[in-house]
Design a protein around this ligand. Sequence first.
Ligand SMILES: C[S@@+](CC[C@H](N)C(=O)[O-])C[C@H]1O[C@@H](n2cnc3c(N)ncnc32)[C@H](O)[C@@H]1O
Length: 249
Amino acid sequence: MLGVIWERPEPRPAWIDQYWIDSDKRDAFEIVITMGIADIVLKERGQIILKGSDLYGALFKKNAKEFLPSIFYRKRKKAQSVLDLTCGWARDAIRLAQHGIQVIGFEQSAIPYLFSCYAKNFYFPDLDFDLYHGSFHEHSWVYESVWPWVYLDPLFADNRPGLSKKEMELLYQEKFFFSSAPFSVSEQNHLLKDRVQDLKIETLVMKQHRHANAWFDLSGILSVTKYSRVCRFDIYYLNQLRLKEAKKI
Ligand SMILES: C[S@@+](CC[C@H](N)C(=O)[O-])C[C@H]1O[C@@H](n2cnc3c(N)ncnc32)[C@H](O)[C@@H]1O
């Protein structure tokens, strides 16, 4: 289990409690949530390797011309809510929420989930986004509704360190999966691909590496592709179809 050290006054919030361990039984990795300078830091054997203030620094200033929110428009109407199935460190979720979109996010891995909870509770308390720990498929209600917008930002299976940011490189390392997601990147992506096929989706936004192969064979489906500097966003208009039905069209 991951060691989480809460240096703030009691009571500890519920999202901390599931990771709480005795200080003398700490693992190599620990997350320290500090009181004085109000930050969350990830340490490996005592060395700080990631800080919440660095990770979220760029988000403290709302940028009116942000690329990602500009994608979540259909017929000039902005998305009201987005289901972010691969929420990660929640930077995309936060950016969308800053632009007035309600976000429901899922993250299966402990380290990014804890960082996201911290960001939500202490850096961006006024934003409208909900976070769930675990894979989305563990929540049966997700399969009961039609989702107007679904966002998928999986880990790039082909590790390209030149393009990865520091925190993404951390996630690529298998040792980081020990805490809650004991799968390799390709196994994770395989599971994700399989599980997402049963959702009823209006519009799917899929973030990919510029030169990655498309995940789904959606040749009969209306789609648009947009490019940012390093990524490609494939936008599919599924109109309530499940991906597994859309594949047959
Ligand atoms: C590239 S990161 C997402 C980064 C995120 N968009 C951000 O802005 O910080 C992909 C994340 O998806 C998570 N993930 C993969 N499969 C998942 C699943 N089935 N359910 C929940 N999270 C999943 C991984 O643990 C990883 O943290």
